[in-house]
Design a protein around this ligand. Structure first.
Ligand SMILES: O=P(O)(O)OC[C@H]1O[C@H](O)[C@H](O)[C@@H](O)[C@@H]1O
Length: 464
């Protein structure tokens, strides 16, 4: 491949559309059919009005973040990032794609980096067994500053850190600018405070200090992530619909959803992309799963994202993809070239199950298995697309992040829904706040407690 990334949508289409594919002739009409939505999307990106463009402006924060990362790296043995959802998933994806799953087990001079994104006392206890809290830098990431899981983690680790004699001025808080608790605390502590733009939703914030700081601490150059993002940005804004990968994929996924393909699988063919798959799930689900359209009509938009890992999940969920309900469209993400490919030898040459490996490599086998899986699924009527990135590099990952963010925003335009809010998660949060006794939710507490009582009375429980 010549560029940084390629997008192949050929197998979302199929002749007359039999078996759930898009008829080739229909596809030819999309540039006209969806010109308006696309033009609006392209213009808002070009003119920097789209929240996506805020990430491009965030590049200016990189030199300051590099300096801060350097200070943290020289002083601390461990870094603990506290965050959840968009405040954790992007950083996890960077760390895994560029440093691999065994990063914290390798012998290095850089600190080990832990990202704690759950409320689980056992998880916290296990982490405390292996880190010395005084030698651990704390990064508290919460765009809103009100997410209860992260706030609980922070108050716990803040106390431990202070009691161990840690310097509170070294703590880093990343949030948006507001007159709220997290900003007051940062000011009172006199610690590092990094702001992200209020209009950049958390799940789109990996290309900002939320992702840049953990990346730089782990030795990943965030400017290279941005170079990949910029390459995709250029290709999206410069090409007309007929020649635009984002337009082609977005319109096809939307049309396939209307034809009943209600599940969108991202099948990643590299263990280094596993966490990227989880980042994709949040981005897709929270951005597109919406009850109301822009006109306020109930549309229950979106498709259900799933992520799978190749070749591993060929031995698990593939059976269902192949023979279960015909409700899926599958995107394969693969890496074109792995550095340090591993040659396979012809050991046990008299045995047919082993001798055929001679002369092949591991990356070649993985690519063949990806192709075989894709062809086999297409053969039985599952529309598939394929995204290939050039290599395991920050540029490739930055390109993937930006491409999927843009894909989601454009597709939301086709559904006519807002890709930046998440009203569906608010109710559960409100109940939590009220039941936990948060002062400004006291008025609703009695009502929620009544609801809990009724709910518990309806349970039908079998003890074993
Ligand atoms: O970064 P925070 O404000 O703490 O938010 C963390 C997460 O909280 C909620 O669950 C939202 O639905 C997510 O979109 C967000 O990423």
């Amino acid at each position: 491949m010549n560029g940084i990334m390629s997008v192949d949508i050929g197998h979302l289409l199929g002749g007359d559309g039999a078996g759930g594919f898009i008829p080739a002739n229909e596809f030819k009409g999309y540039p006209r059919k969806y010109a308006g939505v696309f033009e609006q999307f392209q213009t808002s990106l070009k003119e920097g009005k789209s929240p996506l463009a805020l990430s491009l402006a965030e590049e200016a924060s990189i030199p300051g973040i590099k300096e801060l990362a350097q200070k943290i790296k020289t002083k601390y043995q461990n870094v603990l990032v506290l965050g959840i959802g968009g405040s954790a998933l992007g950083a996890r994806a960077v760390l895994q794609f560029l440093k691999g799953p065994f990063y914290n087990m390798e012998r290095r001079d850089e600190p080990r980096l832990f990202i704690l994104d759950n409320l689980d006392p056992l998880l916290v206890a296990k982490l405390e067994n292996i880190i010395d809290i005084k030698k651990t830098a704390l990064i508290y990431t919460s765009k809103s500053g009100s997410t209860p899981e992260t706030a609980a983690q922070f108050i716990y680790f803040y106390k431990k850190y202070r009691e161990a004699g840690g310097d509170v001025k070294d703590i880093v808080i990343i949030c948006d600018k507001a007159d709220n608790g997290i900003n007051h605390i940062a000011r009172d502590l006199g610690c590092h405070l990094l702001h992200i733009p209020g209009d950049l939703p958390g799940r789109y914030s990996v290309l900002s200090s939320v992702g840049f700081l953990p990346s730089e601490i782990a030795g990943v150059d965030s400017a290279r992530l941005m170079a990949g993002a910029r390459a995709v940005h250029g290709s999206i804004i410069d090409n007309p619909p007929e020649n635009n990968s984002l337009f082609a994929l977005g319109t096809c996924l939307y049309e396939l959803a209307l034809k009943g393909k209600s599940i969108h699988v991202l099948f990643n063919y590299s263990s280094f992309l596993f966490e990227f798959g989880l980042w994709f799930v949040q981005l897709w689900a929270e951005s597109l799963g919406k009850r109301l359209s822009g006109k306020g009509e109930a549309v229950n938009a979106g498709t259900t994202p799933l992520t799978s890992l190749g070749a591993t999940d060929q031995h698990s969920i593939l059976q269902l993809f192949k023979e279960g309900p015909a409700d899926k469209v599958i995107g394969f993400a693969r890496v074109e070239a792995f550095s340090g490919d591993i040659p396979l030898t012809g050991e046990f040459s008299k045995e047919k199950e082993y001798s055929y490996f001679a002369g092949h490599t591991m990356a070649e086998q993985l690519a063949i298995e990806q192709l075989s899986t894709e062809m086999s699924l297409v053969g039985t009527g599952t529309p598939c697309y394929r995204i290939t990135v050039k290599d395991i590099s920050p540029e490739s990952l930055g390109a993937l992040f930006y491409f999927y963010e843009a894909l989601v925003v454009f597709t939301a335009g086709l559904w006519d829904i807002n890709p930046y809010n998440q009203p569906g998660v608010e109710e559960g949060k409100n109940i939590t706040y009220a039941l936990m006794g948060r002062e400004d939710y006291a008025g609703r507490r009695a009502e929620y407690e009544k609801q809990v009582e009724k709910y518990n009375n309806e349970r039908i429980v079998f003890e074993i």
